[in-house]
Design a protein around this ligand. Structure first.
Ligand SMILES: NC(=O)c1ccc[n+]([C@@H]2O[C@H](COP(=O)([O-])OP(=O)(O)OC[C@H]3O[C@@H](n4cnc5c(N)ncnc54)[C@H](O)[C@@H]3O)[C@@H](O)[C@H]2O)c1
Length: 400
């Protein structure tokens, strides 16, 4: 029996997800049918119908609102690719209708919404997956296998640092509005996820943040107001005791930079930018000397990519790959879609559960809350939400 999928939100990411489906289909790994799409903007809806028909060979039914979609079509699962403030409403309605949900990151606009969504999924006995793509990159899979194998000894420090973006709008103006899911949240959740992917749960964070650009210019030269932070600097403590150094500078002028390093008692691992296919750089400390290691795969003889990843990236033991960005991106989205559907079919948890997506969101909010509270904050406190002035401000603005 085929799995009927719906897609809600036909903007930038909705269209990219359909390219992911095309890649899965071409690799013989598409385990569902896209039967319906929905968007409140007629133009985006129409474009999506054409896009899906062209790429997948059949036109999904089109709906201008989710209520009429669930009344008219029998759906097994949906992918929610609306802007973040709509994630919770759409997903809660889906659970009420008995539909499984994969929601784009960030799971929701606020932590309290995320807690509500995770609880609702459990009560409805439906799967909740969060579409987090960076960890699915084959290079991160190998990096994780190397760290787990002890290739750098016991990890004690991770750095996650990036700078760029200037004074420009990043993809859409809503990403610079605090009550729509500001850019530090939007990008930061990828990096909190990847830190926990590599080194396990984070328990405590402290941050300092700023709004550098109060206006940003889009590609047409139009100026847009900004009220969400575009600079976040912080420190995090893992449950293991290791520390992470965090820098997310989306106001970066001059030289752009990206650095993700893990240092351990036995060496260092430099991890390249996600979706680049570049090689990891491992240096091991041997007899007091630093020795670069070229043949990384020989250190992890049992390392294999899962079937879907191997089919899409054409190899099950990859240390690099050479592919255009759009194909890499689409492959990673295809992998998360196939995982979500397989989790439903086989009644197992998806790789990135609602709980994990919620942790990623709460950690970034922790950086923002800690500054207002003028102290370090634990992840548990952020999840409990008793003292969350930053998010209280968002909630006030949503009610106004
Ligand atoms: N994983 C990634 O690499 C990545 C990259 C970009 C975006 N995203 C995420 O994807 C989501 C969407 O981002 P985007 O860039 O596509 O935004 P977008 O603004 O381009 O598209 C959002 C679409 O949702 C529609 N929409 C809003 N409310 C709706 C509702 N109630 N019902 C139906 N449609 C509705 C809008 O009309 C719009 O077409 C966000 O959560 C974003 O963070 C993830």
């Amino acid at each position: 029996m085929s799995f009927a999928m719906g897609l809600i939100g036909c903007g930038v990411m909705g269209r990219r997800h359909v390219i992911g489906m095309k890649q899965l289909k071409a690799a013989g790994k598409l385990n569902f049918d896209l039967v319906a799409v929905c968007d409140i903007m007629p133009e985006n809806l129409q474009k999506m119908g054409d896009h899906a028909e062209e790429l997948l060979g059949s036109r999904p039914q089109q709906f201008a609102d989710f209520d009429s979609m669930i009344k008219s079509v029998k759906l097994d699962g949906i992918i929610v690719t609306t802007s973040p403030e709509m994630h919770v409403d759409v997903a809660l309605k889906a659970f009420d209708a008995g539909i499984h949900v994969m929601v784009e990151k960030p799971i929701t606009l606020t932590v309290s919404e995320g807690v509500r969504l995770v609880d609702a999924g459990k009560k409805a006995n439906r799967k909740l997956a969060v579409a987090e793509n960076y960890r699915r990159d084959p290079i991160n899979r190998l990096g994780k296998a190397l760290v787990d194998s002890g290739a750098i000894g016991t990890p004690f420090l991770a750095t996650q640092e990036s700078s760029g973006g200037g004074e420009f709008v990043i993809i859409t103006p809503w990403r610079h509005r605090k009550d729509r899911g500001g850019i530090v949240i939007d990008m930061g959740v990828h990096y909190t996820d990847i830190l926990e992917f590599y080194l396990g749960p984070i328990s405590t964070v402290v941050g300092m943040n700023a709004i550098i650009d109060k206006q940003r210019t889009d590609q047409q030269g139009k100026s847009h107001p900004v009220d969400a932070e575009d600079l976040s600097v912080g420190v995090m403590r893992f449950e293991s005791g290791a520390i992470a150094n965090w820098l997310l500078n989306i106001a970066g002028r001059g030289e752009g930079s990206f650095s993700r390093m893990i240092y351990g008692t036995g060496g260092s691992l430099a991890i390249p930018g996600d979706r680049t296919g570049k090689a990891l750089r491992l240096v091991q400390r041997r007899d007091g000397k630093d020795v670069p290691v070229d043949d990384l795969l020989s250190l992890v003889p049992d390392f294999h990519l899962d079937d879907v990843t191997a089919a899409l990236f054409k190899g099950d033991r990859l240390a690099t790959y050479d592919m255009v960005w759009a194909d890499i991106d689409a492959n990673l989205l295809g992998i998360e879609q196939a995982d979500f559907v397989d989790a439903v079919i086989n009644n197992r948890e998806p790789e990135v559960t609602g709980e994990q997506g919620l942790r990623s969101l709460a950690l970034v909010f922790g950086l923002l809350e800690s500054e207002l509270l003028k102290r370090m904050i634990t992840l548990d406190e952020v999840l409990e939400g008793n003292d969350a002035p930053y998010q209280a401000d968002i909630e006030r603005s949503l009610k106004a």
